[in-house]
Write a protein that binds this ligand. Structure first.
Ligand code: SF4
Ligand code: SF4
Length: 245
């Protein structure tokens, strides 16, 4: 007889993990089936090993007040909010990972926003692609994960696991007629076609921003601020329901 957990047990574990996460300010929670993601992102496991089957993707919204002063570059207030959020995300990822370990599962909490290569810029794993696969948002014209309720104003963290938790389904591209980020990007890196996003131009601008006093990091915030949940022209509302064109 198999010792593998039943589907009911895995559904209960998913619910328990979501409850844990939401108690730590997580407002966006989803699970991605990695077997599907690796087909579209073949490099997915290059830095983390391929024994994981699911990714838990969790998001905490950025406080709108931290974005208020941003016009065409990051501000120290945004930088500090970014750091605080990363700390909070790392903490909740460890709490969720700890629960998975207690249940006898292999898991790995990926630290939020840690770059391990600058040219091209890369992290351990692509949280936005995992968020797409988990069904918590779509990849917008800015290349960011756009969630129905918070737009791109949300930061993400990922926990990988071998627990076969029930997974979501990818969302359709839903930017619709919105061009808010295209209009404000100081690097002109964003176009109407998401596939034409100019990563090199974006990264060159972020490198310029590292020289701003009390910022010193490859951050921007301009397209994050532009991507509000009530932007006119989006194809879905804040609940993810289609909007009449
Ligand atoms: S992060 Fe800044 S430079 Fe890069 S695409 Fe967004 S707005 Fe443009
Ligand atoms: S600002 Fe508009 S066009 Fe840009 S990613 Fe967000 S929804 Fe899409």
């Amino acid at each position: 007889m198999s010792n593998a957990p039943s589907n009911d047990a895995l559904s209960e574990l998913r619910a328990a993990l979501e409850t844990l996460a939401r108690a730590s300010e997580v407002r966006v929670f989803g699970v991605a089936d990695l077997d599907g993601v690796v087909k579209s992102v073949p490099t997915l496991f290059d830095r983390v090993g391929s024994s994981f089957r699911r990714a838990i993707v969790m998001g905490i919204p950025v406080n709108p007040a931290a974005l208020e002063q941003i016009v065409d570059r990051p501000t120290p207030a945004y930088f500090h909010a970014y750091r605080q959020l990363n700390y909070q995300l790392d903490t909740v990822a460890l709490v969720v990972a700890s629960r998975l370990l207690d249940e006898g599962h292999r898991c790995l909490a990926i630290a939020a926003s840690q770059v391990i290569n600058h040219s091209p810029p890369q992290g351990h794993i692509s949280s936005r692609h995992l968020g797409l696969a988990a069904g918590i948002g779509w990849l917008g014209r800015s290349g960011l994960l756009v969630t129905p309720r918070y737009g791109a104003r949300v930061r993400l963290v990922v926990v990988l696991t071998d627990a076969l938790l029930p997974a979501g389904r990818p969302m359709q591209f839903s930017c619709g007629r919105c061009l808010a980020c295209v209009k404000v990007c100081p690097a002109r890196a964003i176009t109407t076609r998401p596939d034409d996003f100019n990563l090199d131009a974006c990264y060159a601008k972020l490198t310029e921003f590292t020289k701003i006093p009390y910022v010193g990091q490859h951050i921007c915030g301009v397209c994050v601020k532009a991507c509000a949940p009530d932007n006119p022209g989006r194809a879905v509302d804040v609940h993810g329901n289609p909007v009449e064109a």
